[in-house]
Ligand binder design. Sequence first.
Ligand code: C2O
Length: 358
Amino acid sequence: SPVQIPDLTRCQVASASSDRGPPVTLYFNCCLPITGPIVDFSFEKYKPISKHIRRPAHTASDEYIAKYIKAYELMRALPDTDPRSLKVQANLHCSFCNGGYLQAGVTGDIPLQVHFSWLFLPWHRWYLYFHERILGSLIGDPGFSLLYWNWDDQVYGGNQLPQMFTRVNTSLYDEKRRVAVQRPTIVPLAASTPLNLNDSIVINQNLNNLYQAIVTASTATLFMGGELRAGDDLRNSTVMKNRLGGSLENGLHTAVHYYVGDPRTQLLQNMGNFGTASRDPIFYSHHTNVDRLWDVWRFSMPDGERSNHDDPDFLNAEFVFYDENANMVRVTVRDVLEHQKLGVYYEKGGSDDLWISY
Ligand code: C2O
């Protein structure tokens, strides 16, 4: 059966451990505030007032960047108890990735984990959807749209940290980032790439990695990740073996987290660890590109349209988020598969064609 929303009154301390260097475990209290009864999502209730058109971060105008900075300023300024605060937004990610909640309706204590399986793409798409609506409502602009970090673009500068996130003393800045990937360093798209290579070598490897992870990953299982049903325990290695995350998650997405995370910290905080990654506003821009690439994979491949998983346990999996009014909303995977129905659109990336035809 499909994964259900957890019992939010039963929250546990979340933890993360390092597998490099001396062993260390950090504990996070990412328990979520309970703001009232959980309402069910419906397209009627959440009708988009205007379109959200997501564009590349490195081409944004100064005016738009100022708006973005303002929105995150307001989000950071909310009290930690407010579900719309950056703190709680980050805790949503931490709690469903680092063992904050147990799966509901199953026997035994099995943590809910939204990574490493077919849950990865839909969960993060919903996360961005509500995050964007919250930012828009904070600045009074219902058409506010997230910008995507176009890191796959190897031609027009998308492959560096977008400048808008690097201005010290703004709400988009995070001091816990790797010094060695500051601009104009090209961000490698495989965590095994050394940082001292010639630009043209990194660009070539990036194009190759994009091609491998997106173009050659032709099935839903390869690209989106394997199945995860209620009661599946990812800590169990035999289950894990057949249900690894997809190529977009494991390779490209994880590499960007890894390279932005700060090696001066114990667990590559902030971006390099699930427990802390979404404390950095660049997280949401990174994931907006992950979400866009899911679309590119479906509709822009040379061999024609590709299909998502269609198993009922995928379609009926449910999650819980907060909306812009701090209400708790129950959502299903089924309702997030066509992002246009949610009012979300993507402007084409700078140089998609280059890696698609690599
Ligand atoms: Cu939920 Cu990029 O990780």
